[in-house]
Design a protein around this ligand. Structure first.
Ligand SMILES: Nc1ncnc2c1ncn2[C@@H]1O[C@H](COP(=O)(O)OP(=O)(O)OP(=O)(O)O)[C@@H](O)[C@H]1O
Ligand SMILES: [Mg+2]
Length: 259
């Protein structure tokens, strides 16, 4: 199982849209077995895949009560099926904020490696694990980054956004002490066809020092409409430009991960 985090310290930049779209295309179009982890207390990806509930759910129990921490839970007990045959999920909700705090004050040695240990239990059952992250480097997200081999970082045109991805790269550099092979690969999202946007794209590919996916994701109202319908974009607007662009990303991802 290859574990991929979708993370940026910038809010509203397309993390969830990217995680949902990649997971959907890998699972329902490419026939891969996909596990989605929700690492954001907003629970947006849990909502997209119909797995949101208010009681304490999957990710919190996985991080707080798993057998690898002396608890009673095993990973497979916390996995939900979705309406999509190739996609399962471990959901999250607002309780994840408390999980972060509980992890921070925990004195146990596997504070940042327990997700990796818990996922090892189901590694043979999935081809890909796609993790949607919140925008904070909290203990939940650090657990995800320690368990991942690739961080996909959405970025859109703008100076603050550019600073955010640089800060992500610095944090990943620090985490390489624990996870030496962790890589970051950027995706330009919400690209428009104006001079500023095209110049920014050129800068990302030539001078930013950030490894980028070749294809950008174009801006389209269909992405917003998909969130209103609580659906992944390629499920909602199969032929739309955003779905097409994410298919290009998945093609490149498969070449990258599987050769
Ligand atoms: N390619 C796109 N074109 C137009 N709108 C987009 C595109 N991608 C995402 N959006 C919209 O931008 C908004 C933010 O996207 P999303 O929720 O994926 O970001 P996020 O980084 O996960 O946010 P948060 O930091 O709150 O978790 C949503 O309304 C989404 O529909
Ligand atoms: Mg999100």
């Amino acid at each position: 199982m290859k574990t991929i985090a979708v993370m940026s310290p910038k809010g509203g930049i397309g993390k969830t849209t990217t995680a949902d779209s990649i997971a959907y295309i890998l699972g329902e179009e490419q026939g891969k077995r996909v596990l989605i982890l929700d690492g954001d207390p907003q629970g947006d990806t849990s909502k997209t895949f119909g797995c949101h509930e208010t009681a304490e759910t999957g990710m919190s129990r996985l991080l707080e009560c798993h057998a690898c921490t002396g608890g009673e839970c095993h990973t497979s007990e916390l996995i939900w099926t979705t309406a999509y045959p190739h996609i399962d999920m471990i959901p999250a909700n607002g309780y994840l904020v408390r999980t972060d705090l509980n992890l921070m004050i925990s004195q146990e040695g596997n504070q940042v490696t327990r997700l990796k240990e818990a996922l090892a239990e189901v590694a043979g059952e999935y081809d890909y694990c796609i993790c949607d992250c919140g925008r904070l480097f909290d203990m939940v997200v650090v657990n995800i980054l320690v368990a991942s081999e690739l961080v996909i970082a959405p970025i859109k045109v703008g100076g603050y956004e550019n600073e955010a991805i640089k800060s992500l790269c610095e944090q990943v550099e620090d985490l390489r002490q624990i996870n030496p092979d962790l890589r970051v690969k950027g995706i330009l999202t919400m690209r428009q066809k104006n001079k500023t946007s095209l110049e920014f794209e050129e800068y990302l590919h030539t001078a930013s020092g950030i490894e980028m996916f070749k294809a950008p994701i174009r801006r389209s109202i269909m992405a917003e409409k998909a969130t209103i319908a609580m659906a992944a974009v390629p499920a909602f607007a199969r032929r739309g430009i955003v779905a097409q662009d994410y298919r290009d990303i998945v093609r490149e991802l498969l070449e990258d991960m599987e050769g």
